[in-house]
Design a protein around this ligand. Structure first.
Ligand code: MD3
Ligand code: FE
Length: 202
């Protein structure tokens, strides 16, 4: 596997892994996904609207509603999730490998006010598979914590084209997005940030 640009608390960060052409190709593929499986605004089990809008591609999508958060084989609108676009799978092959491909590519859309509080990704069956994240569009202030809530955290700005791999000791660390920097990228017309999070689910 290629060497990451930096490693922060065992999180491998590949700065500028995708050039502008590849970023644009990804955005075009994601527009197709969103046309078939529209973005929705999830509600937490406690009934609060999340500030990000999301949809998924793959065998499973991640959803949240008053019944809890979970992986589901169908979009809340009833349709199946579109396949994960090939350019997304190509990133996974290069940085994670070919042994197994992700079951889910979650697509998060952040507009100016959106954030994501510190949380763990632990709805998957096998934590030996890493999580891979791709940043597109506006810069985001990403925070990495610890294996339990609390303690010191570290923050880093993620820019369009950066790819992050959370494997091994990093797989279950708390993480979140504190804020985005509106207007910092012209990749997405209308601005904002897209994050792709690819995971093995079953
Ligand atoms: C996983 N998304 O959807 S992804 C999420 O930028 C999520 O939208 C954020 O967290 C976003 O669950 C961050 C990058 C990330 C970073 C560190 C992690 C995912 C991680 C550490 C462990 C597991
Ligand atoms: Fe997460």
């Amino acid at each position: 596997m290629p060497e990451p640009t930096l490693i922060l608390r065992d999180v491998a960060i590949y700065k500028g892994w995708l050039d502008l052409g590849k970023q644009a190709t990804l955005v075009a593929a994601l527009r197709d996904v969103v046309a078939r499986a529209p973005l929705f605004q999830p509600v937490t089990p406690t009934g609060r609207a999340m500030s990000v809008r999301m949809t998924s591609a793959g065998r499973y999508g991640w959803i949240s509603d008053r019944n809890g958060y979970r992986y589901a084989p169908n979009h809340p609108g009833g349709m199946g999730w579109p396949p994960i676009p090939e350019p997304v799978l190509a990133i996974w092959r290069a940085l994670v490998g070919e042994t197994r491909l992700p079951d889910c590519c979650l697509i998060n859309l952040y507009t100016t006010e959106a954030r994501m509080g510190l949380h763990q990704d632990r709805d998957e069956a096998d934590f030996s598979w890493p999580v891979l994240s791709v940043s597109l569009g506006d810069d985001a202030l990403f925070r990495i914590g610890n294996l339990t809530r609390g303690g010191k955290t570290e923050s880093i700005w993620l820019n369009s084209g950066d790819v992050v791999v959370m494997g091994g000791a990093a797989r279950l660390v708390y993480h979140g997005i504190d804020r985005i920097r509106p207007g910092s990228s012209s990749l997405l017309r209308g601005g904002g940030r897209i994050n792709l999070t690819c995971r093995v689910v079953t």
